[in-house]
Structures are given as C-alpha cells and as structure tokens.
Design a protein around this ligand. Structure first.
Ligand code: NAD
Length: 351
C-alpha cells in the first residue's frame, strides 16, 4: 500500500475537485475533511470517496457552488437548504452559524437538508468544542437507500444513522463520541472489499438474514446490523431516534426511494458551557474525569482505557509522523482520475 503525507493527499483531492468545476474554497474544504478522516484512522470516510464524489458531480447529485439558503431563522434556530452542495461545505457553514447563535443565546440548533455526504461527523462538534461549547450532530439519509436491518428484522430499513458529541476539555485530544448507530459504518464494508478482507462476525447478515463475514454479501442484498450485537435493540433504538432528528425534523422523510440521491439530513446543536458554569472549571473537571476513568486497570487483551475520541487523536499523531496508507485499489482509481482530468502533472509526485 502506498503511503502519503496528508498535505499531498489534500493537494490531490483539491486539484481533482477543482478540475470537476468545484470552486477553489469548496475544494479546499472537501479535501481537508476527507484527509482528516484518513488522518484519524477512518479511512472509510477519506480519499476512498474521491471517485464516488466525482461520479456524483457528473450525475448532478452533488452541485459544486450550490447556494446556501437560510429558509428559516430565529435567534436560536435555523433551517438550511444546501441545494445539493457538498455536505462538508454546507454543514461546516451551518456549524459556524450554530456557534454564533449559541454564543449569544446559550443554546442553538440548526437543521440542514438537501446536501450531499458530510463524511466523518467528528469534524463539526470539534469546531464547536474548540469554541468552548458542547456540540452534537446527527445525520441520516432520509428516503435514500438503506443499509441497516432493524433489531429483529432482516431487511434494510435504516441508514447507518451516526451521532457525534464533542466536549471541551483540558485533555490533549478532543473528547469526541463519534459513532454510527450500526455495528459499523457502511464505508468500512467497501474498504474491506477493496482490501479483499473478511469482516468480523456481527457486522453484517446476508440476503437471507444469516450472519456472514464476506463483505460481498452486503451489496448482494445483505444488511448491516444495529450496534450492540445481542443487545442490538439499544443500537436500533438510537438509530430510530437519530432518523427522527435528522430525517423527520429536517423534513427529508423516511422510507426507500431507490432513485433518491445521497442526502445527509443533519441536526446540529451547540450549548455554551459558560452559560452553565465557568468554562475553565468545566474543562479541568472533564480532564480529571477522563483521567479517573483511565485509572481502571486494563482488562485482558487491552493495554489501557481510552476516553472517547482518544484513539483517533493517537492515530492522527502517528499518521502525521508516519504518513497515511492508501490501499492499492483506491490509489489506482485516484491516479486514473488524475490522468483523466489532466491534473497529474499539476499535482506532481509525492514529496
Ligand atoms: P468507531 O466504532 O471506530 O468509533 C466509535 C467511537 O468509539 C469513537 O468515538 C471512538 O473514539 C470510540 N472508540 C473506539 N475505540 C475505542 C476504545 N478502544 N476505547 C474507547 N473508545 C473507543 O466508529 P464508527 O461507528 O465505525 O464510525 C466511523 C466514522 O464513520 C465516524 O467518524 C462517523 O461519523 C462516520 N459515519 C458517517 C456517516 C455519514 O453518513 N456521514 C454514517 C456513518 C458513520
């Protein structure tokens, strides 16, 4: 597998998106979010999606430069229509709005509809926690194609319906619970297919509802299971609620429309910690709390207890030093695109 610096991968993504007619500022945002996903270890949400996003641009499913329309606006809420823009661009802007509203009002919430994939959710609550606020975001794809079987069922009825919460603290890395409410994010199945690897038991079932480790069973009519294995009713319940926040509250609706384009409905909220108690005290106490939890002796098979978000922080440190591995198949597709779009020379060789 080739290894690259994050700067090089951002350059690759930036020039590809620019060549597809995306404004430079938007190309920078999309490239930054995608490579950040690789940096923190979520390769399923990184540069692997470049060919797919380009194809969506070709089909008109992603509209670079789409207008960001505020359909409703109050001091504490807003409804955003992204007009099928890049989800990274629309949701980053919506998150900046929610921060500004929460700064004056203490609490604010925004819904976003009609935008493409927002990628790894962690980036948006990180923007909020960097401002001394608690952030939360949920996402779902409305009536878009489904991935997950409900607890007790075997047909796809839900998205992977992720939720992410970020907390400001004095810890070195962000406290960030960022998770699909399914056993696994759908992108990790695609990654396993590109890497020709089996997936763990408990991630997916085949089209007849049998447990399987073959990632090819998923696109062949299988489904992902809700998080929680034999306690999957809890993951399913969380997924149900995420869909209500980001699918129903946004007005995207539910169900399955096979023609529907990828549509990440989003609910994002910020709470200004200072309105509840002094921020400095809170940040100190969150650090102390994490340190207390980490004092638990590790269980068999573990080397230490981690706080939510710590594994991504450690991975980012390592990958900044060692580089980002991209699987051969993904790199082959990206290289082909660079040549097709005539940007290979502009991008140049990895430094
Ligand atoms: P995951 O299972 O790798 O991690 C989930 C959470 O558990 C993270 O907060 C992580 O810090 C924490 N964690 C992981 N290992 C830990 C450990 N050993 N100890 C303590 N905490 C630990 O994540 P996932 O559910 O596979 O999701 C991966 C990514 O996919 C996320 O970034 C999510 O936002 C993204 N996603 C996006 C969409 C979308 O449509 N945009 C859909 C689904 C998922």
């Amino acid at each position: 597998m080739p290894v690259f610096t994050p700067e090089y991968l951002e350059k690759v993504a930036y020039h590809i998106y620019c060549a597809k007619g995306t404004p430079a500022d938007e190309s920078e945002i999309v490239a930054r979010h995608q490579v950040k996903a690789n940096l923190v270890g979520h390769d399923s949400h990184g540069v692997i999606h470049i060919p797919e996003y380009c194809e969506r641009i070709d089909r008109g499913h992603i509209v670079p430069g789409a207008p960001f329309v505020v359909e409703s606006d109050t001091p504490t809420t807003a409804v955003i229509n992204g007009n099928w823009g890049f989800g990274f661009v629309v949701t980053e802007k919506a998150t900046r709005m929610v921060i500004e509203k929460a700064r004056t009002q203490g609490v604010a919430a925004i819904t976003v509809h009609l935008q493409s994939h927002i990628g790894r959710l962690g980036d948006y609550p990180t923007m909020i926690l960097n401002e001394g606020m608690i952030g939360m975001i949920t996402a779902d794809s409305g009536a878009g194609p489904k991935a997950v079987a409900p607890f007790g069922g075997r047909a796809r009825r839900l998205g992977t319906n992720p939720i992410c919460m970020g907390i400001p603290s004095d810890l070195e890395g962000p406290v960030l619970l960022d998770m699909a409410t399914s056993a696994v994010a759908a992108g990790k199945i695609g990654l396993a297919r590109n890497r020709n690897e089996a997936v763990p038991v408990g991630w997916i079932i085949d089209k007849d509802g049998n447990p399987t480790t073959d990632p090819n069973d998923y696109p062949a009519g299988g489904a992902i299971l809700p998080v929680g294995a034999d306690q999957g009713h809890k993951g399913y319940g969380l997924s149900f609620m995420v869909e209500i926040f980001s699918g129903l509250l946004t007005g995207l609706g539910f169900g399955i429309d096979p023609q529907a384009r990828h549509n990440d409905g989003v609910f994002v909220v910020a709470f200004d910690v200072e309105k509840f108690r002094p921020l400095a005290d809170f940040k100190t106490e969150v650090k102390e709390f994490a340190e207390f939890v980490k004092t638990s002796p590790p269980a068999a098979g573990f080397s230490e207890v981690l706080y939510p978000g710590e594994i991504e922080h450690l991975t980012e440190k390592r990958r900044r030093a060692e580089g980002i591995f991209v699987e051969d198949e993904t790199w082959r597709q990206i290289t082909e695109l660079m040549h097709e779009l005539g940007v290979a020379e502009t991008v140049g060789q990895p430094g």
